[in-house]
Design a protein around this ligand. Structure first.
Ligand SMILES: *Cc1c(COP(=O)(O)O)cnc(C)c1O
Length: 411
C-alpha cells in the first residue's frame, strides 16, 4: 500500500497536537527537519524576550533579580523540566552547558565512589561526553575512561566501575538504550548511573525516578526549543544531593551567596550545582519553550513521533528505493528516539541539495543523513513532501553538481 499525500493530510486532520504548529514562528517554504539540533522559535518567546529586555532589564534594572525572580529561574525552570523526565521538582536545575554539567557530575560522583576508578561509557558516544569524561579522569587520581560497545556494557560493569555514563538516544543512529535495565545493572555492580537526555527530552517519555537514575543532564536548545546555546539542565536524585559536591564551587552554588563569606559552604540540594551568575535572557527564552509543554500529554508526543517516523520510513521505501539509502535507526519505537537516519556515501552533497530545495535536515560525518521528527510543529504532510523532494533530488542526480560539494563550518 503506498501512502498518498491525502493519507498524510488525513493523519494531520486527526492529530491532537496539530494546533501547536501555530505556536511556532516557522518560515514559509521551509520543511524543518532539524529541530533535534536547534529547535524552532516559539511565537511566545518573541514577546517574552521583548518584555525581558525592555521592561525587566531596561526599566526594572537590578531590582529584577528579586521583583521578576531572576534569581529563582534556574530552580523554577528546572521544576518544569522535571515533569517531562519523571523527576521530582527539586531534583532538576537549569545551568551551564551539557558539557560543563557532565564535568561537574562526573567529578562529584566519582569522588564518592572510593576505591573505584573506572568511568564506563561507549565508543561513539557524543564527542563532548567522551572528551569531558577524559578531561575529568585526567584530574582525578588514577581514573580511566573505559569504552565498551552497547551489547557488552553489562559485562563490562564490575567492582572497579565508579560511574556508567551513557547517552539515552544516540545522536547519529537514533538508537535508544534500555535505561531501566542498564541503570539496574549498574547499581547491581555498585556503580552510579549518569544519563545524557539531550536527544530524548521533549520528544520521548523519560522516567528518571521510575528507573531510579542517579544523575542526568540534558540539552535546552533541541526538542525544548530554548534557542541557540540555551542553558542545559542537570538532575541529581534526592538521596544523593547532600553527598555530592560540585568541583566548580562558584558563588551561586553557595548556601548564602549574598553573605559574601570567604569560606565555601554548598547550598542545600541541587542548587549547589550552580556555578556563576545565570544567563537570565537565555533562561527566560528556554522557559518560553518549555511552557509550551505545560498542557501537552507526553503520550501524544511519543505517539506522534512514532507515526511521523513510520510515515517517513515507509515513504522512503516507496519513493526512494534503489538509490542506496540505508536506514540505520531501529524501526521499533521502543528502541529509538525521534529522529531518523540514513547512511549514504554521498550524504553531504545530498543534504546540501535538500537545503537548497527548502528541506532542512543535517549531515553527521562520515555518511549519515539525519532528519529530526519534532512532534510539536511538524506535519505529516511535511514528511510526505520532504521525501518527495528527496526522491526528486536522487532521481535527477542534481546533488552531483559542484556547488553542493563544499563543506561548511557547521554541519
Ligand atoms: C547536543 C548534545 C550535547 C551538547 O552539549 P553542549 O555542551 O550543550 O554543547 C551534549 N551531549 C549530547 C548527547 C548532545 O546530543
Amino acid at each position: 500500500m503506498t501512502h498518498s499525500l491525502e493519507d498524510a493530510r488525513a493523519l494531520d486532520a486527526a492529530d491532537p497536537l496539530a494546533g501547536l504548529r501555530d505556536e511556532f514562528s516557522l518560515p514559509e517554504g521551509i520543511i524543518y527537519l532539524d529541530g533535534n539540533s536547534l529547535g524552532a522559535l516559539p511565537r511566545a518567546t518573541i514577546s517574552a524576550q521583548r518584555d525581558a529586555v525592555e521592561r525587566q532589564w531596561g526599566a526594572d534594572l537590578i531590582r529584577s533579580w528579586n521583583s521578576n525572580d531572576w534569581i529563582g529561574a534556574p530552580q523554577r525552570i528546572g521544576a518544569k523540566i522535571a515533569t517531562l523526565i519523571g523527576a521530582r521538582p527539586h531534583e532538576v536545575i537549569v545551568t551551564d552547558s551539557v558539557s560543563v554539567n557532565l564535568f561537574k557530575l562526573i567529578v562529584a560522583a566519582t569522588r564518592i565512589q572510593t576505591g573505584r576508578a573506572q568511568i564506563l561509557t561507549e565508543p561513539g558516544n557524543f564527542p563532548t561526553d567522551l572528551y569531558t569524561a577524559g578531561g575529568a579522569a585526567d584530574i582525578l587520581p588514577d581514573h580511566v575512561v573505559h569504552t565498551e560497545q552497547a551489547g557488552d556494557l553489562v559485562d563490562a560493569l564490575g567492582p572497579d566501575t565508579a560511574l556508567m555514563m551513557l547517552t539515552h538516544v544516540h545522536y547519529k543512529t537514533g538508537a535508544r538504550h534500555d535505561m531501566a535495565l542498564l541503570t539496574e545493572e549498574a547499581h547491581e555492580a555498585g556503580a552510579l548511573a549518569l544519563w545524557d537526555l539531550s536527544h530524548s527530552v521533549g520528544a520521548i517519555p523519560v522516567d528518571l525516578n521510575g528507573c531510579e537514575v542517579d544523575l542526568a543532564v540534558g540539552c535546552g536548545y533541541k526538542y525544548l526549543n530554548g534557542g541557540p546555546g540555551a542553558p542545559a539542565f542537570l538532575y541529581v536524585h534526592e538521596d544523593l544531593q547532600e553527598q555530592l559536591r560540585s568541583p566548580l564551587s562558584g558563588w551561586m552554588g553557595h548556601e548564602a551567596p549574598f553573605a559574601f563569606r570567604d569560606d565555601y559552604v554548598p547550598a542545600p540540594g541541587v542548587t549547589r550545582f550552580l556555578c556563576g551568575t545565570p544567563p537570565v535572557l537565555s533562561l527566560l527564552a528556554l522557559e518560553s519553550g518549555i511552557d509550551l509543554f505545560a498542557d501537552i500529554d507526553m503520550g501524544d508526543v511519543a505517539a506522534k513521533s512514532t507515526a511521523l517516523f513510520n510515515l517517513f520510513a515507509a515513504r522512503i521505501e516507496e519513493r526512494c528505493s534503489g538509490h542506496g539509502l540505508e536506514l540505520v535507526t531501529p524501526r521499533d519505537a521502543a528502541h529509538r528516539g525521534s529522529h531518523i537516519s540514513y547512511r549514504h556515501p554521498d550524504g553531504w552533497p545530498i543534504s546540501q541539495a535538500l537545503i537548497e530545495r527548502g528541506v532542512i535536515g543535517d549531515f553527521r560525518a562520515p555518511d549519515i543523513l539525519r532528519f529530526g521528527l519534532t512532534p510539536l510543529y511538524l506535519r505529516f504532510e511535511d514528511v510526505w513532501q520532504a521525501v518527495e523532494i528527496l526522491g526528486d533530488i536522487l532521481d535527477s542526480g542534481v546533488w552531483r553538481e559542484e556547488r553542493f560539494a563544499e563543506k561548511a563550518a557547521v554541519t
